[in-house]
Ligand binder design. Structure first.
Ligand code: ZN
Length: 450
């Protein structure tokens, strides 16, 4: 008997509205956009006049009055209106925390859609493949196509419109049952099949399972498509783009759409590649070990010296999609009851550490140095391979000198982090929490190499 746990996943379907249905969807989207902007205006006004910060609750409580003054809003589901008000609140919270700029008014072409934050007001009819969804407030039933990897109890629904592609999507959060991790705490880890991996730019993924190294090459499709996109972008520059009080030409719009379509295609190809690679790894191994990366820091706009190289690095990082790879691999390994350990890069310095003698060599931090020879013990290895070897050694307590100091390093296990799906989830008050994995000091692993 295996215990199961409920996790939340996001599943997206494409919608196929007919003409009248699309009219209704576009109208609803426009109203939500108005409401969003009205909330921003309200906050700005109060701050300018009275130096006062308007709260979410305040705006939520005005909604009934607002609907009296603007009767066209009355037909919309009131919870979706609250969710839109909440979007403004999130934007301001992020601004107050210094995470983003001051919220702006949104033009309709940048406004994506709206959310039903609970399971009411709509009804979905699907077994995970195609089906229909009914939006009660608009009184329409839409055809939808798509296949969910896991389908379960749908909890929230977000309607998304992509203006350049003129496509509609229904994005559900779904509660899915998965087996609970076999590995409750580190002390009873079995190391049946453990793999250390590192995501890179030259080699997309380098893996080490204690006996062998595997390298997954970077997919080339992005480079090929990039060339096409560059060509189209050049043509686009010759057409009249939209400016203040100047409409875009029909030709510009046409080519803009073509570009968006191509970009969407590349995105699909990338997603497909990511799924294939992560499925294969998750099929073979129960435990993954990698480092906690901060893609946002890595891709931060480069300044000054080495700018061009950094820009190239950014591009390839983004094209491989580090964060997505980690996310997909984590959930696939967890699905079968395994887990992924994230080691702290800052304290571990895996790329500067010798996997044989644990000496730290600062000069290894230089990325142009692709082959490492340890001046202390003479151990020679390719940089990426050395890094994953350190991961592997640390996770299996074989790193000399480091022993079981994993606790003090502050390692995170994937199972200890809550899944964060969709910005609207908080309306159902699920708090984001981070727990440190309970790493035990006892028992070195039974599994050992050689
Ligand atoms: Zn060494």
């Amino acid at each position: 008997m295996t215990e199961t746990a409920l996790v939340v996943r996001r599943q997206t379907f494409r919608l196929y509205p007919n003409k009248t249905q699309e009219r209704a969807l576009l109208d609803a989207r426009r109203l939500h956009c108005y409401l969003y902007n009205a909330c921003v205006a309200h906050r700005r006004y109060e701050y300018r006049r009275n130096r006062r910060t308007v709260t979410y609750l305040e705006q939520q409580n005005i909604l009934p009055e607002f609907k009296k003054a603007w009767p066209e809003f009355a037909q919309l589901n009131s919870m979706t209106l609250q969710a839109t008000v909440k979007r403004v609140d999130y934007a301001y919270q992020r601004f107050f925390q210094g995470l983003s700029k001051k919220p702006k008014f949104k033009p309709i072409k940048r406004y994506s859609g709206w959310t039903y934050p609970s399971a009411t007001g709509w009804k979905v009819n699907t077994d995970g493949k195609h089906g229909t969804v009914t939006l009660r407030d608009l009184g329409i039933t839409l055809r939808m196509r798509g296949k969910a990897k896991d389908w379960g109890k749908p909890t929230t629904l977000t309607i998304v419109y992509k203006p350049t592609l003129r496509q509609w999507y229904a994005s559900f959060t779904v509660e899915v049952e998965v087996p609970r991790s076999k590995f409750g705490s580190r002390s009873d880890l079995k190391y049946e099949s453990i793999v250390a991996y590192d995501l890179g730019t030259e080699t997309a993924i380098t893996l080490y399972d204690g006996s062998e190294f595997y390298e997954v090459a970077n997919p080339r499709f992005t480079q090929r498509s990039e060339e096409k996109i560059r060509k189209i972008a050049k043509l686009k520059r010759r057409k009249r783009a939209p400016r203040k009080r100047v409409k875009a030409s029909r030709r510009w719009k046409k080519i803009n759409r073509l570009e968006a379509k191509l970009q969407a295609k590349v995105a699909r190809q990338r997603r497909d590649w990511q799924h294939k690679v992560t499925s294969e790894i998750a099929r073979r191994y129960d435990i993954g070990v990698t480092e906690k990366i901060n893609v946002k820091n890595m891709t931060r706009k480069a300044k000054g010296k080495g700018k061009k190289r950094k820009a190239g690095l950014n591009k390839s990082i983004l094209s491989v999609g580090f964060a997505t790879l980690n996310r997909l691999l984590t959930y696939k390994i967890e699905q079968k009851g395994g887990l992924v350990l994230f080691l702290p890069t800052q304290t571990l310095k895996p790329s500067q550490r010798c996997p044989k003698c644990d000496a730290i060599h600062k000069e290894w931090a230089d990325l142009s140095n692709r082959y490492h020879v340890c001046p202390t013990c003479g151990f020679a290895i390719e940089r990426d391979r050395g890094t994953v070897m350190v991961f592997y050694n640390v996770a299996t307590n074989q790193q000399p000198g480091l022993g079981t100091r994993l606790v003090s390093l502050g390692c995170f296990s994937s199972t200890s982090e809550t899944r964060y799906t969709g910005s609207m989830k908080q309306l159902g008050q699920k708090k984001r929490q981070k727990l440190c994995c309970q790493a035990g000091e006892e028992t070195p692993p039974a599994y050992a190499v050689g």
